[in-house]
Design a protein around this ligand. Structure first.
Ligand SMILES: *Cc1c(COP(=O)(O)O)cnc(C)c1O
Length: 424
């Protein structure tokens, strides 16, 4: 056997991995008394070992000092959202004032569209991808209707134009240029959830702005997966969740970015709440709304402290590793997966994620030769042996080796199990 395809090579790659210590910071689910092979960090990241203590700290304060917890100690609840702000800004490449952890993704998407989707009769349209994650499609359609416009004409969906269902930059360019002055907002994903395609957010931002449109990103599958430079790229807004690659637990509080150029703009309409009021005068409880400067000015409610607590533990690990090192490992780990699939499973699996490293993150989306029923059969076999990927209709298995806790040996095991299933 070619040496680079051997199990010894996988073991050697793990031993040489500068981030190998991070795996021990996570609780790994068990299968038959062994670590599960977990490739679903794109859906629900594993629990950092430090998360429970963060939650426990809140529970203990609540038990011992109750309402005083709002104002007592370095982790007081009044500005608990600020405990995650600087680390979050580093993960997305933003200034601290440009980010806030609040609500959940779909809620933030609506709040952002209230401010940044300002349709007029001449310019009513939203451009987005066809086949978007359903919540994005629902939210966009609802906003268009809410403003009295018509999704049939004003929701412009860019169809995949590449063989594997990915979308070329040329197709995006065409859709924006063709609709030009009719486009009020472009809403685009950083990473397409089904294909794993990574988009050039800088290029899309420049395109949208060149046509006078606002631009916002859904970064659910990008945050903690690929490096981001939101401040420099300068979209109007971005939203994301924290339970995928950010490992903050089911239903975790989400994230939101508003570019600095909007930080002091009190003319933007927004759905205000008391927590968006400037912090210095919030407790004067006056009737007039004065927004806090920056993204925090879009908050509605006091921070959901229990939902934020695990995020602190996870972000400490991101601060420790840094996105550049995580990305460097991710490119190698996913590259190893791709090499192994092509070398040993070329007859069984097709990779639909672009193989250009710039156009993908850690996830590879795979199609099983023989169609949907073969795909389901493989997927169920893998589950039965403790190798977890996930299934996306109609026929895609997503495998996402995350650089935080996956090993080269995990990838090796996946390849072995697919071979066992296929009888290659
Ligand atoms: C996961 C995901 C969501 C989830 O939305 P919630 O409001 O957190 O339930 C939204 N959009 C995309 C693209 C996603 O991948």
């Amino acid at each position: 056997m070619n040496e680079t395809l051997s199990p010894a090579h996988a073991t050697a790659l793990d031993a040489a991995d500068p981030l190998r210590h991070l795996r021990n910071q996570f609780l790994i689910p068990q299968h038959d008394a062994e670590d599960q092979i977990y490739f679903v960090g794109n859906s629900l990241g594993l629990q950092p070992k430090g998360a429970k203590a963060m939650v426990q700290e809140v529970m203990d304060l609540w038990a011992s000092i109750a309402v005083e917890g709002h104002f007592t100690g370095p982790t007081h609840w009044m500005s608990y959202h600020r405990l995650v702000r600087d680390s979050l800004a580093r993960v997305v490449g933003a200034l601290p004032g440009e980010v806030v952890a609040m609500n959940t993704l779909s809620v933030n998407l609506h709040l952002m569209m209230v401010s940044f989707y300002r349709p007029t009769a001449e310019r009513p349209a939203i451009v987005m991808e066809a086949g978007a994650f359903p919540t994005d499609r629902h939210a966009v359609e609802a906003q268009i209707r809410f403003h009295g416009f018509n999704p049939d004409t004003d929701l412009i969906e860019v169809q995949p134009d590449e063989p594997n269902g990915t979308i070329s930059m040329a197709a995006i360019e065409r859709a924006i240029a063709d609709n030009g002055k009719r486009v009020a907002l472009v809403l685009w994903p950083g990473v397409q959830y089904r294909t794993g395609q990574v988009f050039d957010l800088g290029a899309i931002t420049r395109l949208a702005r060149a046509h006078g449109a606002n631009i916002g990103f859904d970064l659910a599958h990008s945050v903690g997966n690929v490096p981001l430079a939101l401040h420099d790229i300068a979209p109007d807004f971005a939203v994301w969740c924290h339970y995928k690659y950010l490992n903050a637990g089911p239903g975790a509080v989400a994230g939101c970015f508003v570019h600095e150029r909007h930080a002091n703009d009190t003319t933007l309409p927004r759905f205000a709440g008391w927590w968006g009021h400037e912090q210095a005068t919030r407790f004067q409880m006056a009737p007039q709304f004065v927004p806090e400067v920056g993204a925090e000015g879009w908050q509605l409610s006091n921070p959901p402290v229990l939902g934020l607590a695990p995020l602190r533990a996870s972000l400490a690990l991101f601060d420790d590793a840094g996105m550049p090192a995580l990305r460097a490992k991710s490119e190698r780990l996913t590259g190893y997966l791709e090499t192994m699939v092509r070398a040993r499973l070329g007859e069984v699996l097709q990779v639909i994620t672009p193989s250009d490293i710039e156009r993908r993150g850690c996830q590879l989306s795979l199609r099983v030769n023989g169609g949907r029923s073969q795909g389901r059969s493989l997927f169920e076999y893998l589950q039965s042996v403790g190798v977890l990927g996930d299934w996306r209709e109609p026929d895609v298995i997503r495998i996402s080796p995350t650089p935080m806790y996956n090993r080269y040996r995990d990838v090796y095991r996946f390849i072995d199990e697919v071979e066992a299933w296929a009888g290659v």
